[in-house]
Design a protein around this ligand. Structure first.
Ligand code: F6P
Length: 349
């Protein structure tokens, strides 16, 4: 192993920097020079005028202080070109030119697919799961999920406090793309009454009935946690017709959103002043929790040890609280199991 490369790719996630630092400390311990690749796979495509904007030798002094910082020091990006063989060949040439014999890829499933292609071309790669969405089926956790959930919990508790003061229901939208894990875990952890996710089909009328049930019981601050991808699982609903016939201006063909959903709930539930909150990027830009940082620490070291020992083509994950590794291809074939019993519990109590 002449040199190791490390990159962060896809949406950033809290803990990515901690993983890079762990990789850097481990590489230094084993005497292997480390190259940081900027903006995900884009750095390997050498798009920048200045090579230092694409590839940078990472010495320990440069990165030591970033371990607890949010975001990613290496920058990140999605790289559509990497789906094409000619760009992956270019990337392989860059790796060869730089004398990089092994690569650590920190990202989600798209990034792991890129790593798998590089492995097939002969470059040993190790994946570390870095996505707030927690949508990688093979691992119990991915870097950033715990942090994102804790940001949501903190925000929802505050929202529920002011909702209680005003006896108002709340609608809170959280991130997670096509995965409802952030929404479900945040809903459970805050005692929120209703959770809506992309994994379970739902109707606007059904959620309004659920909300009405809580209002009837005197719980006026009932909270509805929406996963951002939930609208894909929503039964057809004519938002324009409903709102305009209830005295609210609306654009034809306007898509459902948290704000519109709150307006609909208000009109379906006897004028209850439902208010919408979209938590947004604060979930991704937060400082990593201890859980994310410690996973990053262990995963970064294991990634370097594997490459040092000549083992590539693996992803690192967490099972029963222990860090483990398995072949990338096998991991990517796993189908994510949504926690339906927990979901049903939240929505039925
Ligand atoms: O996949 C991570 C994620 O943060 C999702 O939760 C979200 O849907 C998406 O990325 C947002 O992407 P962008 O960075 O393009 O806004």
């Amino acid at each position: 192993m002449r040199k190791i490369g490390v990159l962060t790719s896809g949406g950033d996630s809290p803990g990515m920097n901690a993983a890079v630092v762990s990789v850097a400390r481990s590489a230094a311990l084993y005497g292997i020079p480390l190259i940081g690749i900027k903006r995900g796979y884009n750095g390997l495509l050498r798009k920048s005028a200045n090579i230092l904007d694409d590839l940078q030798e990472l010495n320990l002094e440069t990165v030591l202080d970033i371990a607890d910082q949010p975001g990613t020091y290496l920058r990140t990006a999605r790289c559509d070109e990497f789906r094409q063989a000619k760009y992956r060949e270019f990337a392989m040439q860059t790796l060869k030119d730089m004398e990089i014999d092994g690569l650590v890829v920190i990202g989600g499933d798209g990034s792991f697919n890129g790593a798998l292609e590089l492995c097939r071309m002969g470059m040993p790669c190790i994946g570390i799961p870095g996505t707030i969405d927690n949508d990688l089926a093979y691992s119990e956790m991915s870097l950033g999920f715990d942090t994102a959930v804790n940001v949501c919990v903190d925000a929802i508790r505050k929202i529920r406090a002011t909702s209680r003061s005003h006896d108002r229901p709340a609608v809170v939208e959280v991130m997670g793309r096509h995965c409802g894990d952030i929404a479900l875990t945040a809903a459970v952890s805050t005692g929120s009454e209703i959770c809506v996710v992309p994994e379970v089909p739902w109707t606007v009328e059904g959620i309004a009935m659920q909300l009405q049930r809580h209002l009837n019981k005197g719980n006026y601050r009932a909270t509805i946690v929406l996963a951002e991808g939930c609208y894909a699982a929503m039964a057809p609903f004519n938002l324009y017709k409903f709102l305009t016939s209830h005295g609210k201006a609306c654009y034809p063909e306007e898509p459902m959103s948290a704000v519109r959903f709150a307006s609909v709930m208000k009109r379906m539930c006897g004028g209850a002043e439902a208010r919408a909150n979209v938590i947004g990027y604060v979930q991704r830009g937060a400082e990593p929790t201890a859980r994310d940082s410690s996973f990053a620490f262990e995963a970064g070291n294991l990634a370097v040890r594997l490459l040092r020992d000549g083992i590539g083509n693996q992803v690192i994950g967490m099972h029963n609280g222990r860090v483990f590794y398995m072949p990338i291809e096998t991991a990517l074939k796993r189908k994510k199991q949504f926690n339906l019993p927990m979901f049903e519990l939240v929505n039925s109590l």
